[in-house]
Write a protein that binds this ligand. Sequence first.
Ligand SMILES: NC(=O)c1ccc[n+]([C@@H]2O[C@H](COP(=O)([O-])OP(=O)(O)OC[C@H]3O[C@@H](n4cnc5c(N)ncnc54)[C@H](O)[C@@H]3O)[C@@H](O)[C@H]2O)c1
Ligand SMILES: [Zn+2]
Length: 272
Amino acid sequence: MLERVIDLFRAGDVAVLTGAGVSTESGIPDYRGPGTLKRARTPIRFADYMATHANRARYWARSMVGWERFSQAQPNAAHRALAELEASGVLAGLITQNVDRLHHRAGHQSLVELHGALAEARCLSCGSFESRASIQLRLLRDNPQLHARYDALAPDGDAALPDEAIDGFIIPTCEHCGGVLKPNVVFFGENVPKERVERSYGIVDRARTLLVVGSSLTVFSGLRFVRRAKERGMQVAIINLGQTRGDNLADVRVEATAGTALQTIKNALSLH
Ligand SMILES: NC(=O)c1ccc[n+]([C@@H]2O[C@H](COP(=O)([O-])OP(=O)(O)OC[C@H]3O[C@@H](n4cnc5c(N)ncnc54)[C@H](O)[C@@H]3O)[C@@H](O)[C@H]2O)c1
Ligand SMILES: [Zn+2]
């Protein structure tokens, strides 16, 4: 089956859509993998984040604890193979649903971060940005009692914490205006900015093939590109461990580990 995907790459103009499954080999858990279902938690919804100070304190306390490991994750074979495929000119573009910046760190030049990135936060009042690394220093300075006490990592870089750990937690606010800071990622219950969706459709529209790697396609946000590709009569290939919501639309379906499969594709195209 992978042979068929390699043939599609030989024809060129491949749009790639990646999900959490390309980063599990870097040690960042996904939401819906075979081993994840039991401990899956519901990520924070936008309305809840906005609703109360206590909800934001919980979010940032978890985030502070989870960040140490999340930010130390390194790109893996999947990210590297995609960056090399990009450099060789066979990609029409990359759309990622991940918020971990690992494609950039592997040297990928051009991509759409559909759901944003945890590496930065934005003030909801004045719009200014602050890097997550800088916020982490403030979090650690203001909340030394939490430091290094808990380290269970949850998928998007936040960690499970007992209620008492949140008491007295000081949340970071905008350094310019005191406004509410929000990580620059699309929370559940929020829409992906229109311009990002349009840029992503643009990538699909100039491609011959759409390859989905490491995504369950549970969220419409990613599934819509598979639908678009089929509407345009394109070939759709999926490389994933386990079922996806796009399987019935796929022309080729490969049950494989992202890193191994993408390295095999890269090697078959003689890119070393
Ligand atoms: N790394 C991250 O940035 C990260 C991690 C978790 C969740 N999220 C966010 O949550 C949403 C989750 O949706 P999603 O579809 O991306 O992820 P998902 O968790 O719904 O699905 C991931 C899929 O990848 C498969 N998988 C796991 N490891 C794999 C591997 N090594 N090779 C191949 N397949 C593998 C799983 O079985 C699962 O079907 C995303 O939109 C993202 O914003 C991001
Ligand atoms: Zn501000």
